[in-house]
Design a protein around this ligand. Sequence first.
Ligand code: FES
Length: 576
Amino acid sequence: MAQRRKSPEELRSHRWYGVADLRAFGHRSRTAQMGYSRDDYAGKPVIAIINTWSEINPCHTHFRQRAEEVKRGVWQSGGFPIEMPAISLSEPFQKPTTMLYRNLLALETEELLRSYPVDGAVLMGGCDKTTPALLMGAISMNLPAIFVPAGPMLRGQWRGKALGSGSDSWKYWDELRAGRIDRDAWNEIEDGIARSPGHCMTMGTASTMTSMAEVLGLSLPGAASIPAADSNHSRMAEASGRRIVDMVWEDLKPSDILTKEAFENAIVTSTALGGSTNSVVHIVAMARRAGINFDLERFDEIAAQVPMLANVRPSGKYLMEDFYYAGGLKGLLARLKDQLHGDCRTANGKTLGANIATAEVYDSDVIRPVADPVYPAGSLAVLRGNLAPNGAVIKPSAATPKLLNHAGPAVVFEDYNDMSARIDSDDLDVTADSVLVLRSAGPLGGPGMPEWGMLPIPKKLLKTGVKDMVRVSDARMSGTSYGTCVLHVAPESFIGGPLALVQNGDIIALDVAKRRIDLRVDEDELARRRAAWKTPAPRYTRGWGALFAQHVTQADKGCDFDFLEAGAATADPEIH
Ligand code: FES
């Protein structure tokens, strides 16, 4: 059956531009003021290009040019493009963490789309939280939308070695602290690790989340893996601009694409990628925006059946540039096709199954076959226990196998500053068997749940060759990080979760096979400690921080704002 197409009078923007009243006169005359004639926009879909370009965001430096390429595509298809800047969440610069502002970009995206004469949206993001934020806003507004990922930067280079974003920073920082490389080498690494536009080129949060956007069906097939500096990236941007115009005429909205099955595809894919643990929080939040609830256990169930195929750092060997040449996300999805719901609709109007039907893998060391994975099923595990009644996560694929079943005495840090001040002290009472605990790093405590979960190994242990320890926190961890780190402990310590009750020397037992994280302290003693615990003063008493603290949910619910999750539809603005 032929696809029904909207008429120009059915466009949302018609209410601004197409009617014969005084308000529409104002909209048209002010559009003329910007140099456009009626022929440029009359009866055409208005496409908002939500651009997170900023001079403080190195991952998006090419977005000025890409926005022009998107516009070229929109014009070609008979649309009217309007670029709208939105807050850029720049992972390397924003303190205390970009996660404090993910919901702000989501809110801004939703309200930009709602309050202006927009028929469809092109969402331009990639640096970590920009992707989930843009998608969350677009899901809530539910206009046709397509995501243009920033693409990974080129491989880093240093003295003939490939360097990976984040992962090699941590690795060589430890080498420097242990005295195995000198300052000159460190300075060369600084100049060689990030050498083109684009987001981090390890399988960090950025690469994971842009891949999630694609497998969910919100980008063109193949888009997520193209390096930012590759000319294919420009052509992908232009094609996305062309396609969004047709998506408007077809009325293909996020709610037509984002089914429970689409989100299950995302979890399958994240597992096979060895993706960032951050994706758990973001997938939960995006799904809840779409009215779909996922228990953390669903991630564990799916992860237990899906092997890790992408041999990309930090869990593997290669980088995103290699992944692209090896066949990219489409190649990986083709290898997983028996575990995916192939009938899910996607932005190009075809099903996921159709999009990957002819995809191939060109290097089976970079994208492994199911029979020879980088890591067997279970690269992500969800833990429960008296230390994390509402759940915690760990990435076994990035951990030391023998530490996955470990009990040791706690060394507790009250917050990040306490940890920074004492972690390298010769007086720190710590051994390789200790369990490092960081408090006040959750959604309210951080605030914003910063990526502090990969606590550094104490210097005195580093010097003896210790490279990993069990670490437990209510923080997140960068997707580029690695180690035996128990993360996202919920409820968090700042609101009195059990992590707040741990004392130095208490035994903490981790048993990943049994999915347990427990504090071996008897219940009477814990009750005494609970009664003596005092609620800390709020981090902020005004402004965004106060609003954030009032409304943010815990990690197991996605850290969205309670009033932004799916609910009653929000009315379009009055236009007369
Ligand atoms: Fe932007 Fe890593 S700093 S993605």
